[in-house]
Design a protein around this ligand. Structure first.
Ligand SMILES: [Mg+2]
Length: 361
C-alpha cells in the first residue's frame, strides 16, 4: 500500500477531532479551502507519507470494535454510578422502621423542604401556598414537645414569614441566606454580598427578552431565572444556553449556579442548604433526624448530614439520600404516620387525642 496522498477534511466532520494529521479546513471559507489544496499539492512526499501512516494507524486502531468497546465501558460506568447513587423506595417495611425510630426518640429534628416536597408545583409560583391539610400536619408535628421542625426553602424570606411565621417552626430561607428561630426575628447569614448582581442581571435580562414566558426573581442574595411558563422546548434550550454562558463567569465571581425544577438560580457560593442544616444539627444534637427534599439543592442537605439520618428524596431515586418517595403526597402520608405513632407512644399524655385528629384528611 502506498502512503502518498493528502487528506483535506472539513472541520465540521466528526473525524476532524481525531484525524489531526489531515489538513483541516472550514469548507465555507473559499480562501481557506484554496490554501489547503495548495498546501496539499505542494506537500513533500516524505511529509505525505508521515501523515498518511499516522492517519491509517488511527483509523485501524479505532475500528468499530474499539468504538463499541469504549461506548459499552462508558455505559457501564454510568450504570455503576447510578447504582451507587440509588436510593431505596420507602415501602411498608422502611416506613415502619422509620416510624419506630421516631417513636423511640426523645429529641427529634425534622428538616423539610417546601416546594415539591410538601406541596406540588404550580405554573404560578405564588399559587403554591400552603393548604389547610399541610397546616394541620405542621401544627400536629410542632405540638409534640419532642419535635423541632425546620422548614428549608429556596424561597424568599418574606414569603416564608407570611406563610409560616406564625407557627412554632424554624425557618431557613433562600437556601440558607436568611435564618429564623421560631418566633424570633429573621437574621441574614453572615457576610454576604450582593454586588455581583449588577453583572449578572443584564445577562438574565437578555435571555428573558428572548424567551417569552420567562421572568427574573430577585432575592436578597440570589437571582433566579424562571422558565416554567415558557414553551417547553425553547425553555430548555435557552436554559442550556444560559448555563453555558454563565458557567465560567460565576466561578470567577465566587458564585454558584443551581439548576432547579424549571429554574436557574445564581447565588453566592457560600450559601447552601447543607451548611444551614449542619448548624442546626450541631446546636440541637437530636437523637432522631429526618430530612426530606426534592431538588438538586436538597442534595447538599443529604450529603451534609450524618449517615444515620433518615434522608428522603422526593421524585426520583438517583440521589445522595438513603430513601426516596415518588410524590409529595407520600411525604404527607409519612409525616401523618409519624404524628400518629408519636401520639400512641405517649398515650398517657393529654395530647394524644389532639395528635390523631386533623391529620388524616
Ligand atoms: Mg423543593
Amino acid at each position: 500500500m502506498k502512503d502518498n496522498g493528502v487528506l483535506v477534511l472539513s472541520e465540521m466532520a466528526g473525524a476532524a477531532k481525531e484525524l489531526v494529521d489531515a489538513i483541516i479546513v472550514n469548507p465555507n471559507n473559499l480562501e481557506d479551502v484554496g490554501d489547503a489544496l495548495w498546501e496539499a499539492l505542494n506537500m513533500p512526499l516524505h511529509e505525505q507519507e508521515r501523515r498518511m501512516k499516522q492517519l491509517r494507524y488511527i483509523v485501524e486502531k479505532f475500528n468499530i470494535h474499539q468504538w463499541v468497546r469504549i461506548f459499552m465501558e462508558r455505559l457501564n460506568e454510568v450504570k455503576d454510578l447510578q447504582r451507587s447513587m440509588q436510593a431505596k423506595l420507602v415501602g411498608y417495611n422502611t416506613a415502619l422502621s422509620i416510624t419506630q425510630q421516631y417513636r423511640q426518640a426523645n429529641k427529634r429534628i425534622l428538616f423539610l423542604d417546601y416546594d415539591g416536597t410538601l406541596v406540588g408545583f404550580h405554573v404560578n409560583i405564588n399559587m403554591a401556598s400552603p393548604d389547610d391539610d399541610l397546616y394541620a400536619i405542621l401544627r400536629d408535628l410542632t405540638s409534640d414537645p419532642k419535635n423541632k421542625v425546620v422548614l428549608i426553602s429556596g424561597r424568599n424570606y418574606k414569603t416564608l414569614e407570611e406563610w409560616f411565621g406564625h407557627l412554632d417552626i424554624d425557618l431557613i430561607a433562600e437556601h440558607g441566606a436568611w435564618l429564623k428561630k421560631q418566633r424570633q426575628p429573621w437574621k441574614p447569614s453572615t457576610n454576604l454580598s450582593d454586588h455581583w448582581k449588577k453583572d449578572i442581571l443584564p445577562v438574565l435580562n437578555l435571555y428573558t427578552d428572548r424567551t417569552p414566558g420567562t421572568f427574573i426573581e430577585e432575592k436578597s442574595y440570589s437571582l433566579v431565572w424562571h422558565y416554567r411558563k415558557a414553551d417547553q422546548g425553547l425553555g430548555e434550550l435557552r436554559a442550556n444556553e444560559l448555563t453555558n454562558n454563565l458557567k465560567y463567569l460565576v466561578v470567577d465571581m465566587g458564585l454558584q449556579l443551581l439548576q432547579g425544577n424549571k429554574v436557574i438560580e445564581i447565588k453566592s457560593a457560600e450559601i447552601n442548604k447543607g451548611k444551614a442544616v449542619s448548624a442546626w444539627m450541631q446546636e440541637e444534637s437530636p437523637d432522631f433526624a429526618i430530612a426530606i427534599g426534592d431538588d438538586y439543592t436538597d442534595e447538599d442537605i443529604f450529603k451534609a448530614l450524618p449517615e444515620d439520618v433518615v434522608t428522603i428524596k422526593v421524585g426520583g431515586h438517583v440521589s445522595a439520600a438513603r430513601f426516596y418517595v415518588n410524590r409529595y403526597h407520600d411525604v404527607r402520608k409519612l409525616l401523618t404516620g409519624l404524628i400518629r405513632s408519636g401520639a400512641s407512644a405517649d398515650e398517657s399524655s393529654n395530647h394524644s387525642l389532639q395528635y390523631s385528629s386533623g391529620s388524616n384528611k
